[in-house]
Design a protein around this ligand. Sequence first.
Ligand SMILES: NC(=O)c1ccc[n+]([C@@H]2O[C@H](COP(=O)([O-])OP(=O)(O)OC[C@H]3O[C@@H](n4cnc5c(N)ncnc54)[C@H](O)[C@@H]3O)[C@@H](O)[C@H]2O)c1
Ligand SMILES: O=C(O)[C@H](O)COP(=O)(O)O
Length: 628
Amino acid sequence: MALAPPKPLFPSPSSSAVAVAELSPLPSSLSSLLCRSRSPFLGLRLAHDPSTSLLLLPLRYRRPLCAVADAAAVAAEAEDAGSPRPRVLVAEKLGEAGLELLRGFAEVDCGYNLPPEDLRARIARCDALIVRSGTKVTREVFEAAAGRLKVVGRAGVGIDNVDLQAATEHGCLVVNAPTANTVAAAEHGIALLAAMARNVAQADASMKAGKWQRNKYVGVSLVGKTLAVMGFGKVGSEVARRAKGLGMHVIAHDPYAPADRARAIGVELVSFDEAISTADFISLHMPLTANTSKLFNDETFSKVKKGVRIINVARGGVIDEDALVRALDSGTVAQAALDVFAEEPPPKDSKLVLHENVTVTPHLGASTIEAQEGVAIEIAEAVIGALKGELAATAVNAPMVPAEVLSELSPYIALAEKLGKLAVQLITGGSGVRGVKVVYSSARDPDDLDTRILRAMITKGILEPISSVRINIVNADYTAKQRGLRISEERISIGGSLEVPIESIRVHIANVNSKFAGALLDNNGDIVLEGRVKDGIPYLTLVGSFTVDVGLEGNLILCRQVDQPGIIGRVGKILGEKNINVNFMSVGRNAPGKQAIMGIGVDEEPDKETLRMIGEIPAIVEFVFLKL
Ligand SMILES: NC(=O)c1ccc[n+]([C@@H]2O[C@H](COP(=O)([O-])OP(=O)(O)OC[C@H]3O[C@@H](n4cnc5c(N)ncnc54)[C@H](O)[C@@H]3O)[C@@H](O)[C@H]2O)c1
Ligand SMILES: O=C(O)[C@H](O)COP(=O)(O)O
């Protein structure tokens, strides 16, 4: 199914016209209603004087807010590339149920186990890439993608084979499938534990070699022995649960796991040293990170209980494999059972793999029929969601914003981006943007307001028009940092309804020159814009020190003028004669008869002649045309 742009809630008339009518006075209740409603009228209100109003009719229907990320842009890009649907490259074997889901939405290429150069050659034609642990998604892959790749889906848990930093720098979302193979991995850990304790693999090989060695393969019992689970996450806790069922005493080490979750299944959380020095069996279940790389090394092995047995179904890199061989040779470690290796597949002459006290499997932890079907569906759904522009719940390099929060914040997300976009257009050359302060006014407790996505969208609005990078929630913070742009956030607590997440968003751009002096707060070099959401529509409500009330749709003309009768009519007339559709107009002033700011929302871009005519109206001090 092709991606369609978000459907308007209200149909747009095919043509629109502008008529100018002086209505005076208009009841304030009506003028304010028109300003806020989604009616086909232009609402116009003089911010501080609702009794004198001007109404322009008829107008286009209001459009609804767009989806958070630009689904239409994804479709458009895919179309550019000759296909109306996004293209997904599946680089490792994926369950049929997941492939079916993907095919319902995208063009799917299955190119299993591609050499790195072939992967790089194909990636520039893809919107998404799906891998398991066997494909290295390196910086070179993201560079070769030349900006088209939007999402990498890891069909499994570990994302150590994906260069997350490079993905983030390229604005590419990485999602994984963190839950569907948990049980399979835990079952494999228990299988290795039992097989190792009873020498199942060695005895099997010996019998197949024609031998009958009953005395050689005497094992050890599990009941009553202490198992240390290192990493008490999803797999670790399932292993612990099962080991308890086998009558083992289970302890765990995990600096980040809540003690009550461990206690709930009868497991005590202990320090690293206590875990490794008291355990008869050590089972590894932490991710491979800079902190866990070679965590088990000569020094660690010097602290273990002599004759300990080690199981690893996490990642090979967590163990210094040479140190493990030494520990096995000395008898410090009696046996090891390994599903994962620092290099996969390991070299054929690997001393570790060939060691007689080591039981090995070729990274089979997630390889059950059930887990692979589950993982395939989990990753297909995550990738499709990401391509549709939804924020994935399993995003690895972007804030995870729950769907309900996202839907609540959706109009504020649009407002944030528009404020950024407007603010940057007001800056004039030479000053450079260095510091941006964003102030959110809200009745909510700060803990109930996640503003990361809003900050990202303000950054996008400011930076995208002035850089070649496409900015999204993934790379917004990184790109800002790269460009030396400091974005600080401040919350102001106000009274009011908790139903409304944010009352207003104010953007200050510090120490810049503006092409529209009226946008500078007290002429101090800070551009200030404030916006609010009304009936789901973003509005500009403050420019510098002037209150306005302009719906942020289409484009915007800002005029600063001497506050006197007739200006609005003259500007409206010029635009009407030039067939430029005005969708909103608002005037704000600080004091009668002094200066005022007029915000005019226009659907079309006025040509130079039109702008010149507006500028020639004697009372107009300055004006600027801004694109949204
Ligand atoms: N062999 C396989 O096929 C297979 C299958 C699934 C998962 N895995 C691997 O198993 C590991 C765990 O997967 P999971 O789904 O349980 O992940 P998880 O994120 O749920 O759990 C990992 C746990 O490790 C903890 N941790 C992080 N650093 C630690 C440290 N220094 N010391 C102790 N604990 C630490 C975390 O707090 C977390 O609780 C991952 O490495 C994953 O890639 C392998
Ligand atoms: O991290 C994981 O999910 C496991 O290691 C499984 O990896 P695989 O998808 O290559 O089997």
